[in-house]
Design a protein around this ligand. Structure first.
Ligand code: C5P
Length: 232
């Protein structure tokens, strides 16, 4: 069965608002990303309710803790039946390995991706926290750490797709936010690509929020975007 490459970011403050949005979305055309806002408000019940509507869920909680704790969190995510889960690459090789091991062998193993550098961190911010140097090199280094530890891929900005695809090969999963159709409002995104351009550059999955969630007709916005994004 073909699987959608569009992942709609359901950044909503409660489950009621999330469900009134997803009622307009077709699970054949998208998967959903549940992040800290909704999960902190509504917890596992939110994931389960969205799954009951037929959606695959990317649980975007960016786990970052000692290996034992992250392993436990990954097992809890797998028990929820989520499709994808993520951890911070800077947690270190032992933490990444613990996450991989925690998910191995389960009945339906979630896709495990790493967060390299938050795209909100530019060179100045990184230097301020004692990490000088070229952010792009740091992203590549952390993505290699993820690959070496056995993660399936990373979350990356549109600008990072080409170098990461070249360095890490065709099988590595690249999950890319910052997607905007040409001429569309950028919101707070600085670097964007259109859906077709992101796929052509080598993205595997496209995370799209406000262009769908703030549209007057979210279902129609999704259908329009999906027309330029073939399923995998
Ligand atoms: O509304 P928009 O399309 O900008 O939403 C993008 C989603 O991807 C949001 O949930 C945002 O938190 C997330 N994200 C991002 N940039 C990153 C990582 C995640 O925009 N580098």
């Amino acid at each position: 069965m073909s699987k959608p490459r569009i992942v709609v970011a359901i950044d909503r403050p409660d489950l009621g608002q999330a469900l009134s949005l997803t009622a307009h979305l077709d699970p054949a055309l998208c998967r959903l990303k549940v992040g800290m806002e909704l999960f902190t408000a509504a917890g596992p019940a939110a994931v389960e309710a969205l799954q009951r509507q037929g959606f695959d869920v990317f649980l975007d909680l960016k786990f970052h803790d000692i290996p034992n704790t992250v392993a436990g969190a990954c097992r809890s995510a797998a028990a929820l039946g989520v499709w994808m889960v993520n951890v911070h690459a800077s947690g270190g090789p032992r933490m990444l390995g613990a996450a991989v091991e925690a998910l191995a062998g389960g009945p339906s193993r979630p896709v495990l991706v790493g967060v390299t550098l938050l795209t909100s961190l530019d060179g100045t911010e990184l230097a301020a926290v004692g990490m000088p140097g070229d952010p792009a090199e740091r992203v590549l280094h952390l993505a290699r750490c993820c690959a070496n530890a056995g993660l399936d891929g990373v979350v990356c900005s549109p600008l990072e797709i080409v170098p990461l695809r070249a360095a890490l090969g065709e099988q590595f999963t690249l999950v890319t936010p910052g997607i905007r159709a040409p001429g569309e409002a950028l919101d707070d995104q600085q670097r964007t690509l259109a859906p077709a351009a992101a796929l052509a550059a080598g993205a595997t999955y496209l995370v799209i929020g406000r262009p769908i969630t703030r549209a007057l007709d979210p279902g129609a916005a999704l259908r329009a975007l999906a027309a330029s994004v073939p399923s995998d």
